[in-house]
Design a protein around this ligand. Sequence first.
Ligand code: ADP
Ligand code: ZN
Ligand code: MG
Length: 485
Amino acid sequence: MNDKYEAVIGLEVHAQLLTESKAFCGCSTKFGNAPNSNVCPICLGHPGVLPVLNKKVIEYTVKMGLATNCTINQRSTFARKNYFYPDLPKGYQISQFEEPICENGHITVALSENIEKKIGITRIHMEEDAGKLIHDLGFESLVDVNRCGVPLMEIVSEPDMRCAEEAYQYLSKIKQLVQYLEICDGNMEEGSLRCDANISVRLKGAKQFGTKREIKNMNSFRNVERAIKFEIERQIEIIEDGGTIIQQTLLWDADLNEAFPMRSKEEAHDYRYFPEPDLLPVLVDEKWKSEIRRYLPELPEHRKDRLTVKYNLPKYDAELLTQSKPIADYYEKVVSVTDDYKTASNWVMTDILKVINEEKIDIKDFPVKAEDLGELINLIGSGTISGKIAKEIFPIMLTEKKKPSAIVKEKDLVQISDPDEIERIISQTLQKSSSEVQMYLEGKEKVFGFFVGQIMKLTKGKANPKLVNELLREKLEALKNNITK
Ligand code: ADP
Ligand code: ZN
Ligand code: MG
C-alpha cells in the first residue's frame, strides 16, 4: 500500500439468529426444507395479516448488546424499509431505523501479542431476512421465499478499522461472540453470517474521511480480507491518477478476485423508511435486561483467563483453544478425563485442529471422542505406551473409532518398560553392531542415535524411550571406561 494514504473501514455484519421460528410468524427457520414450504400469509405479506414479534429475537439481540458493551435502549421501534425485489413478496422488510435495540458499544481485538485495539459499535438492531433468488439452474430465475422473515441481527461498526487485517480480526471476534452466545452459527460460507465492508482512503494525517464505497457478497473471511485490500489499492490508484471516488456499492467476485459495481437499479438508496404501524415499540426494562445478563454464558475473554489459571496453560494455548467455543468445550472434556492439561492442550492444538482444518469437519462431528483422547493421554502418562506409539494409535482411532486401550491390546503395543528386558535388547544390539560400538568408543558419539534407532526397530517402537536412553548411555559409558582403564 502506498504509505502516503490511510484506509478507513467500517463493517456492517448480518447474523442470522438461531431461533426455531421466524421473527414475526410461527414458520420454521429450518434450512434445507423444500423451497417455499416454510411460509404463511404473514411472512408472505398477504393483506390484512398482523406480525407478532418473537421474544427470543429481542433476547438474542440484547445478549449481543451486553456482550459488546452497548447501551440497551429501554425502548426501540420497528420501521419498514421499502423496496421492490423479486425475493421480497411483501415489498418491504421490517427493520429498525431511528431507534435500534442497542447502541454505542465496542469490542477489543488483539492485533498482535501486546497490541489491542478498541473498535466501536454504532448500533445493533434487528430486521427480517428476504428470500433467495436462484439464477444458476440454466433457465429462468427461481424464487425461494423460505428465508423471508428469518430474524437477522445487524451489527454496525464505527469506521474505526485502518487495514484489512483489523477488519478480519474484528469479524473473527464477532463470529466468536455469536457462537459463544449461541445466537448464530457464524457460518459465512453458508450465509448465516454476512459482511458488507465500507471502505475509504485519505491522506495520512487528514482529519476528514474520504468518500466510501461499499463491497458486498464476500462469503468467507479470507474474501473479506482480500476484497478490502483490493479496494484500498484501487481507491488509491484512482486518486493518484487524479480521479475522485464516487459513493458506490460493489459486488465481490471471488473467482475473478475483483469487485464490480452493482447495476444501479439494485442500488436502491432511498428506502422511504417509515414507522411499522403493525408492531408496538419493544420495551426492555431493567428487570428483563438483568435477567438476560444473569444467564449470559461465559464469554471468550473470561474463558481464556479461566483456562490459563485452572489448567495452568500458557496464554497462547488458552487463546487458541478458546477461539471457538466447541473447541474449548472439547478441550475441557479431555481434561475432565486426564490431569495432564498441557499434553491435552498440545494434542488439541496440533493433532485435532490439523485434522479439522484439513478435512474441514466440525469438531462436533470429530471421529475421536474427547474422552478417548483423554484416555490416550493417560496411557502415555501411566507409561503403558510411549508418546511415539500414541501418535501411531491416533490415526487408527480416527478411522476405526475404537478406544485407545482396545487398539493397544489388539495390536500389542504396550510399552516395554522392564529394565532387564531393555538391557537384554541393548546388549543384543551392541553385539550386532561392533563397528558402530568401536566408533562410539573412539569418541564419535553421534552413533548413539543409530543404536536407539536399532533398538526401536527391534521392539517395533515399543521400548520406553527414556529408559532406552538412560540404560544405553550407561552401558556405552561403562564400555568406554573399561577400555580407558
Ligand atoms: P450509509 O448511510 O451509507 O448506510 P452509514 O453512515 O450508516 O452509511 O455507515 C455505514 C457503515 O459505513 C458503518 O459501518 C460506518 O462505520 C461506515 N462508514 C461511514 N463512513 C465511512 C467512511 N468515510 N469510510 C469508511 N467507512 C465508513
Ligand atoms: Zn410465516
Ligand atoms: Mg446506514
